[in-house]
Design a binder for this molecule. Structure first.
Ligand SMILES: [Zn+2]
Length: 501
């Protein structure tokens, strides 16, 4: 059984799946584990016939915690401001919407439909007013839960509420000094003092109280979260106790997931710059692959994402899965991974394998040459369709930004000089002489070259290298027989003729 099916197996009644990501920086591939885990669980609930809803809480009232490396120096003054009250780094709109927008566009591309709730609206609409009031009245018990589970010392007359100071703009520099419903009195480090209205977005609860407050106000029944929240004494532990003891509800059924790291660099974080934005991922790989990356792995399994060779391998695996799915050869778990990931791309795009296109595009950088080559290979197409054009653009971006050097090549012009010795020229000539008797197919070409190398006593690695050097100016390249079979035979002949003269 697939992990998402196993999770919903015993559920009954109305369900609300909730996810949350702070738009404090680029929303990256690591964050996609949150939203896609929720999406898959929600999909399985719907498949099971449960009444279910799916929300994404955009934590845009969270403060900017520190200066991130991607921010201009002038942003220092906004540290401590709620994200939705900071201008966008590009000068258009707000900070939070700046990072939210490409994320929502990505969700569209990967066909994730979710109700988006901005947390500052929950405060601004007064949805949190009652629970803030309750939390303040029972703040001593909440403080005990917090210090009991997290071991953190809670000092003095603590309030589970942080007002925003309208004078200096910070939500991190006020201290609450009193409460008379619905007003929280505070003093600020900047010298200001005033009253915050709990029915407005004049302030926020600290995360560990806000989280269970959301569960209670919205009716959350299931929530995936990263392992930081799930650790012993972490925010799920405290949230669960606050939910049960103070708010009188059950905590949502948890699903803790492991991090995604970027190969060779470490865990993805928007604050460190170690990440690939989700919106960049879908520019260089089919949207299904992003879904598949999450669907294929148990949430408890750490994912090391390699945007180079690893991505290509992942696409290969998904294409094989599609084939096996169509032939009914998959076990239940893998079939469900496929079903959850698949988006029904156009048949024409699917007819040419991604890896094959990676090679073809490098041989034929212009689309008319590429079209001819595909026709020659027997693909039934008269033009390059828009879908195909987009797929080509995607692969070109991947080649440019992420492909490892050993994948990349450029075909040398037929008459470019190559520095090879007489014995090497002789090898090229003997291949040329028998070329007309070869079936122009990968295997036949490969076998023929192997025979020649055996006859001439040149070790295979070295011998293949002579061909690569002649055609792409490198010592290695795509499998040679396969590579030649994608080239026009006349071109190969002319190139061999010129290079061996
Ligand atoms: Zn202030």
């Amino acid at each position: 059984m697939h992990w998402a099916q196993a999770f919903v197996k015993d559920l009954h009644g109305k369900q609300l799946v909730s996810t949350g990501i702070s738009p404090s920086g680029p929303i990256h591939v690591g964050n996609m584990r949150e939203i896609l885990t929720g999406h898959f669980i929600y999909s399985e609930m719907v498949s099971k016939g449960l009444e279910a809803n799916f929300i994404y809480l955009c934590d845009d009232i969270d403060p900017l915690r520190k200066m991130y490396p991607f921010l201009p120096g002038s942003f220092e003054k906004f540290v401590g401001y709620p994200l939705y009250r900071i201008p966008s780094p590009d000068g258009v709109g707000t900070y939070s919407e700046h990072f939210l927008k490409p994320f929502l566009a990505t969700l569209d591309l990967i066909a994730v439909k979710v109700r988006v709730i901005r947390s500052h609206d929950l405060y601004g609409n007064g949805d949190f007013a009652d629970i803030i009031d309750l939390s303040i009245r029972r703040r001593k018990e909440i403080a005990e839960i917090l210090s009991g589970t997290s071991g953190r010392e809670i000092e003095g007359d603590w309030y589970p509420y942080s007002p925003v100071c309208p004078k200096c703009g910070r939500i991190t520099s006020t201290t609450v000094v009193g409460y008379e419903k619905p007003f929280v009195s505070y003093v600020c480090k900047c010298g200001n003092s005033g009253k915050a209205d709990i029915r407005k977005d004049d302030g926020k609860m600290p995360w560990r109280v806000e989280w269970p407050a959301k569960w209670s106000v919205l009716g959350v029944t299931m929530e995936p979260f990263g392992k930081d929240h799930g650790a012993a004494g972490g925010s799920y532990d405290t949230g669960k106790l606050i939910a049960e003891k103070i708010f009188g509800i059950s905590a949502p059924k948890p699903l803790m997931y492991e991090w995604i790291s970027l190969k060779g660099k470490g865990t993805m974080h928007s604050s460190t710059g170690i990440n690939i934005a989700a919106s960049d991922f879908v520019k260089m790989a089919p949207p299904e692959i992003l879904r598949y990356l999450i669907a294929r792995n148990q949430p408890s399994r750490h994912i090391e994402f390699d945007p180079g060779n690893g991505l290509l391998t992942l696409v290969d695996e998904f294409e094989r899965l599609r084939e096996e799915h169509e032939n009914g050869k998959l076990d239940e778990d893998r079939d469900e991974s496929y079903r959850l990931s698949s988006l029904g791309a156009s048949k024409e795009v699917l007819s040419v394998g991604f890896r094959h296109l990676v090679t073809l595009i490098q041989i034929y950088p212009d689309e008319s040459g590429l079209l001819n080559a595909m026709k020659r290979s027997g693909y039934p197409m008269d033009t390059i369709s828009e879908n195909m054009h987009n797929r080509i653009a995607m692969i070109k971006r991947w080649l440019n930004d992420f492909a490892p050097e050993e994948i990349k090549f450029r075909l040398l012009p037929v008459d470019s000089e190559v520095n090879i010795n007489d014995a090497e020229k002789k090898l090229l000539r003997s291949f040329l002489e028998g070329i007309d008797s070869i079936q122009w197919q990968a295997n036949d070409i490969h076998n023929r070259i192997h025979e020649l190398l055996k006859e001439s006593g040149i070790p295979p690695g070295e011998g293949f290298g002579i061909f690569y050097k002649t055609f792409i100016g490198k010592s290695k390249g795509p499998r040679l027989g396969y590579f030649f079979s994608n080239l026009n035979m006349e071109f190969v002949k002319n190139r061999l003729e010129f290079a061996s003269r």
